[in-house]
Ligand binder design. Structure first.
Ligand code: SF4
Length: 236
């Protein structure tokens, strides 16, 4: 069943700083996706710290596996900075085994906890406070935290207006000619940051809508363009 077109051209959301044509196209995409899928209520977590742990665990796996690993941490009463800090790396790896690459991810979580304890005395919320650009640079300096993970933590745990780029985003944007096939993370991220208002709620929703359209319609092979809410037309 195709999604109904539900398009609003609300020029007040188009940033004056960016390219107005690009801004309009990006808002058109957003409106169509939101009209089709509705709010996605992401990220599913009880605390900002759980968001950060999930962002690290979700690398190269699906969300169901992350949920299993997070549940194990909760059952072990270890889903806190102190809890993870108090575990031996091998114990941590065993708890997060369902997320895959568990020894690598245990090391990454330990690196992350080391950063929080050494720089912020274990206060995770304090680590999110302040200038987003500076915080992003700090997170990227932690071994095992790349741009997608850093932006996920900043946006979904910290409420910073940054954009999370993933494979779904890249595929949709390239197929619509907004970036080249080989566009890098920073180029894609800048496209959104430069052409949309710095609005964390907008970026929060937009990222998850890309996931929705990527899963349901914009598949790597045989995309369902005919039924897709972004069905190819000149406006997009
Ligand atoms: S499925 Fe087709 S119309 Fe939909 S986002 Fe992908 S390329 Fe665009």
């Amino acid at each position: 069943m195709p999604c109904p077109p539900d398009v609003h051209n609300d020029d007040t959301r188009i940033t004056a700083a960016g390219d107005r044509n690009e801004s309009r196209r990006l808002m058109e995409i957003y409106d169509r996706l939101l009209g089709c899928f509705g709010p996605q209520h992401w990220w599913p977590a009880d605390t900002p710290f759980e968001v950060a742990v999930g962002a690290i665990l979700t690398q190269n796996t699906n969300w169901k596996n992350v949920e299993r690993a997070v549940t194990n941490l909760k059952r072990a009463d270890a889903l806190t900075v102190e809890g993870i800090d108090g575990l031996a790396e091998t114990e941590l790896a065993e708890l997060i085994r369902p997320s895959g690459y568990f020894t690598v991810k245990a090391r990454r979580l330990k690196n992350f906890i080391g950063y929080i304890t050494e720089k912020y005395r274990g206060d995770f919320l304090a680590s999110l406070d302040g200038d987003g650009t500076h915080k992003r640079a700090e997170l990227l300096s932690v071994s095992g935290i790349g741009p997608e993970t850093a932006d996920s933590i900043l946006l979904y745990a910290g409420g910073h207006p940054t954009f999370v780029v993933d494979a779904y985003t890249r595929r949709v944007m390239a197929r619509h000619g907004l970036v080249s096939e080989g566009a890098g993370y920073d180029e894609l991220r800048s496209l959104f940051l430069d052409n949309l208002p710095a609005d964390a709620a907008l970026f929060n929703e937009y990222h998850t809508l890309f996931v929705a359209v990527g899963k349901d319609y914009c598949r790597p092979k045989n995309p369902r363009c005919e039924e897709c809410p972004l069905t190819k037309d000149p406006a997009i």
